[in-house]
Ligand binder design. Structure first.
Ligand code: NAD
Ligand code: TYD
Length: 341
């Protein structure tokens, strides 16, 4: 079996590469990544010489390159993680989100069709469902919840999901889609809430909380997501969507305070800044379908997972310090310089 894993130098994709090489020794993995600001080759250093692993640098939206790669490698399975993934960046510059997330997905779908891939899996997000109100905790996203997007990021992910479903219905391409809640864990790029707060708290820098910090996210430890994707690939029904999430809802303020507590830092590092435009209030997954059909349940609670994640960031400072020392400094100044307190 040969898998193409796109976006494997990013956060979830790299964790998925490690998961497959560890748990499925019979699978050959080709990792394709454009190495954008979010892709980091040093993340993959421990598997670069693995006999079942190969890295290829390239853009999923580059048609000639993708066609040649598929023709040479004859993939059995494609797992598409490659995407522009940060909501705040999509508000500043939507175009690249359409280019990679929509046109890149279409390019992969065309090649999967032409070269008879046995399964195309799209890694999507619960953000395609929009948001839930804060005052109705009994509401959850199911696979039947209508698509209703808020940000250019979620709109581009919804666009790619619809294309994936269209290629199944129109051309019979064997596809599956997973829609997961917010992930956290090792190799998470420090522009996202949890790694941003860990890295800044360690440096005694202000922690920018949007609005009142009352927005709710449903956090899943990244390895539980990787395991769910593998179960969908091996036992999921073709043409289906599976939601992935483990009932770990927290307000942003709760998350930030937990991190401060674990690091023995005081809460006066918190600073409330101008809210994100169109900020989704609450995400919460109902995982009944994947639990009853495939037997998936998450193994890591938020309390365990956040401790493991903080430990990883403490033990792997060179990985994120190198990121923070580069272009990232300009990013932080641009994105937060004008937000104010
Ligand atoms: P990430 O930003 O950490 O990684 C994305 C990777 O894709 C990077 O390595 C980047 O270099 C690569 N990439 C970007 N554009 C590319 C292109 N045109 N061609 C090839 N490679 C390209 O993102 P992540 O958090 O690991 O998310 C991975 C996937 O999971 C995304 O599709 C995202 O929408 C989805 N997802 C993420 C979360 C989350 O909480 N992070 C939750 C649910 C779903
Ligand atoms: P993020 O990690 O960007 O994920 P997403 O927007 O895809 O859910 O943000 C998680 C939550 O944290 C979201 O409600 C926005 C909030 N947030 C802050 O309050 N401050 C920050 O600096 C960042 C990056 C996010």
């Amino acid at each position: 079996m040969k898998y193409l894993v796109t976006g494997g130098a990013g956060f979830i994709g790299s964790n998925y590469v490690f998961y497959v090489l560890k748990h499925r020794p019979e699978i050959e993995v080709v990792c394709l990544d454009a190495l954008t600001y979010a892709g980091n080759l040093s993340t993959l250093k421990d598997v670069m010489d693995h006999p079942q692993f190969k890295f290829v640098k390239g853009d999923i939206a580059d048609r000639d390159f993708i066609d040649q790669l598929f023709s040479e490698e004859q993939f059995d399975v494609v797992v598409n993680f490659a995407a522009e993934s940060h909501v705040d960046r999509s508000i500043e510059n939507p175009g690249i989100f359409l280019q990679t997330n929509v046109l890149g997905t279409q390019t992969l779908l065309d090649a999967s069709r032409k070269y008879n891939v046995k399964r195309y899996h799209q890694v999507s997000t619960d953000e395609v469902y929009g948001d839930l109100p804060l005052d109705q905790p009994e509401l959850f996203f199911t696979e039947e919840t209508p698509i209703h997007t808020s940000s250019p990021y979620s709109a581009s992910k919804a666009g790619s999901d619809l294309l994936v479903q269209a290629y199944n219905r129109t051309f019979g391409l064997p596809v599956t889609i997973s829609r997961c809640s917010n992930n956290y864990g090792p190799y998470h790029f420090p522009e996202k809430l949890i790694p941003l707060m860990i890295s800044r708290a360690l440096a005694d820098e202000k922690l920018p909380v949007y609005g009142k910090g009352e927005n709710v996210r449903d956090w899943l430890y990244v390895e539980d997501h990787c395991k769910a994707i593998q179960m969908i690939l091996e036992h999921g029904r073709v043409g289906e969507v599976y939601n992935i999430g483990g009932h770990n809802e927290r307000t942003n303020l709760e998350v930030v305070k937990t991190i401060l507590h674990e690091l023995n830092k005081t809460e006066d590092l918190i600073t409330y800044v101008t809210d994100r435009k169109g900020h989704d209030l609450r995400y919460a997954i109902d995982p009944t379908k994947i639990t009853t059909e495939l037997g998936w349940t998450p193994e890591t609670t938020f309390d365990e997972g956040i401790k493991k994640t903080i430990k990883w960031y403490l033990e792997n400072k060179p990985w994120w310090e190198e990121i923070l020392s580069g272009e990232y400094q300009n990013y932080y100044e641009t994105m937060y310089g004008q937000r104010g307190e």
